[in-house]
Ligand binder design. Structure first.
Ligand SMILES: Nc1ncnc2c1ncn2[C@@H]1O[C@H](COP(=O)(O)OP(=O)(O)O)[C@@H](O)[C@H]1O
Ligand SMILES: [Mg+2]
Length: 245
């Protein structure tokens, strides 16, 4: 069986800037993979290419063995890839439930009736402990609750793969531990996860494998313990003030 996700020789140019150069890796079903690297190293761009927000300049993305690069974003979502955005922007005047419903209508793999979509959306809110705020408008949720709402929105599409982009930025240590536990629980639901984070302790404890980008190039890939002792990773990312604690 092919890997769930295969990223093959992806190049992305923005005008004269090469944001990704020849990035390749694969992710197996059920894996939790950490993606790290300094700001501007291409992590979000890679997510944007996997989800079809951007088109790669060169290279191929395969999902379940089939080429998805070139497909429009909503079709990629329907195949089972969900993501959260680094900047969380819910529809402020819609309720938490309505925000999640929009997500499930956009990305669900199967066509459900209205009641079933509502149920699915409500279940997603429950998973992130926001069911009691289902009827609250997003504008009245705290920053943290909006972040969880973003996760609920992506879960409501019933994804096989979820891409989390700096979800933990700005969280306090208790909230970070909660987020780590939550990511670990996704594994029990057979959801494969790629997580972009700067908090090393968190990424070390929830990732089975870590991929390191620097200036658009993959400089390391391996077990967390090996990656953090890799001299190139230390000099590019871990060794100094790049890391936000
Ligand atoms: N839409 C865009 N247009 C032009 N340049 C972009 C765009 N998105 C990202 N970039 C550039 O691509 C590089 C990688 O950015 P990004 O993927 O956001 O990095 P990271 O998420 O690792 O911090 C940066 O130099 C950034 O300025
Ligand atoms: Mg980013």
């Amino acid at each position: 069986m092919p890997a769930l996700l295969q990223v093959e020789k992806i190049v992305k140019d923005f005008g004269g800037l090469r944001a990704l150069s020849n990035v390749s890796f694969s992710v197996e079903r059920g894996e939790t993979v950490g993606l790290i690297g300094p700001n501007g190293s291409g992590k979000s761009t890679l997510f944007n290419i996997i989800t079809g927000t951007f088109r790669a300049t060169e290279g191929t993305i395969r999902f379940n063995g089939e080429t998805i690069s070139g497909l429009p974003a909503h079709q990629i979502a329907k195949q089972g890839i969900a993501r959260t955005f680094q900047a969380v922007r819910p529809f402020m005047h819609l309720t938490a439930l309505q925000n999640v419903l929009i997500g499930s209508m956009y990305g669900s793999r199967t066509t459900h009736g209205r009641d079933q979509l509502r149920e699915q959306a409500y279940a997603a809110l429950k998973t992130v402990n926001l069911a009691h705020k289902a009827e609250r408008e997003a504008q009245h949720l705290t920053v943290m609750e909006r972040k969880w709402l973003e996760i609920a929105r992506s879960l409501a599409t019933d994804p096989q793969l979820i891409l989390l982009d700096e979800f933990m930025a700005g969280l306090n240590p208790t909230e970070v531990s909660e987020a780590v536990e939550f990511i670990k629980r996704l594994k029990d639901r057979n959801i494969t996860v790629i997580v972009v984070e700067h908090i090393m302790k968190a990424i070390m404890s929830c990732s089975e494998r870590i991929i390191v980008l620097n200036a658009g190039t993959k400089i390391a890939e391996g077990l967390p313990a090996d990656v953090v002792s890799n001299p190139e990773v230390i000099s590019a990312y871990l060794g100094d003030s790049h890391v936000h604690h």
